[in-house]
Design a protein around this ligand. Structure first.
Ligand code: ZN
Length: 182
């Protein structure tokens, strides 16, 4: 197991477009394993490499008991939308909001061995493919909400206990003075 820490909203890596994978090597297989372990531990329905600080176009998913990964994804979306479906993000812990998404998605890409893969998803699976592929472009689910919903979401983000924690936190030991009050 190699569980990585998940980057929170506010971390610039989440706004940085990821680079396509060129080398389908051992390092890539380790990245897929780290993403899978971190996603399952969270637990989450999907996780993209930038969320663990890696700028490569890779994501994992675990939806409807189907576990998988996709590299260098390219999406083809239905014009039919699900406007009301709730969506969350591991980089926004504890929060979920209605986020419009296409109901169906066909995702083409590669597996970790460099073999071409085509995945088809509806509903939650389609939502997951869109959410994770967005992460690879530096796009977050708040960007997909209508302006009114985004405003509500940003208010909840500012009030969340983790808000601002992506900046380095200096921890001071409560026993630094030997337990004596100063
Ligand atoms: Zn996310």
């Amino acid at each position: 197991m190699a569980i990585q820490s998940i980057r929170l909203f506010g971390d610039p890596v989440l706004r940085t477009p990821a680079a396509p994978v060129v080398d389908f090597d051992k390092e890539l297989r380790k990245l897929v394993k780290d993403l899978t372990d971190t996603m399952m531990d969270a637990p989450g329905a999907g996780l993209a490499a930038p969320q663990i600080g890696v700028g490569l176009r890779v994501f994992t998913y675990y939806v409807d008991d189907q576990l998988g990964h996709l590299i260098n994804p390219d999406l083809d979306l239905s014009s039919e939308l699900d406007e009301e479906g709730e969506e969350g993000c591991l980089s926004f812990p504890g929060l979920s909001f209605p986020t419009p998404r296409a109901i169906r998605a066909v995702a083409k890409g590669f597996n970790m061995h460099g073999e071409p893969v085509t995945l088809e998803g509806t509903d939650l699976m389609a939502r997951c493919f869109q959410h994770e592929t967005d992460h690879l472009d530096g796009i977050l689910f708040i960007d997909r909400m209508d302006p009114k919903q985004r405003k509500l979401a940003m208010k909840a983000v500012r009030e969340a206990e983790w808000s601002g924690l992506s900046a380095p936190v200096i921890k001071v030991s409560p026993h630094a003075t030997g337990g004596k009050a100063l």
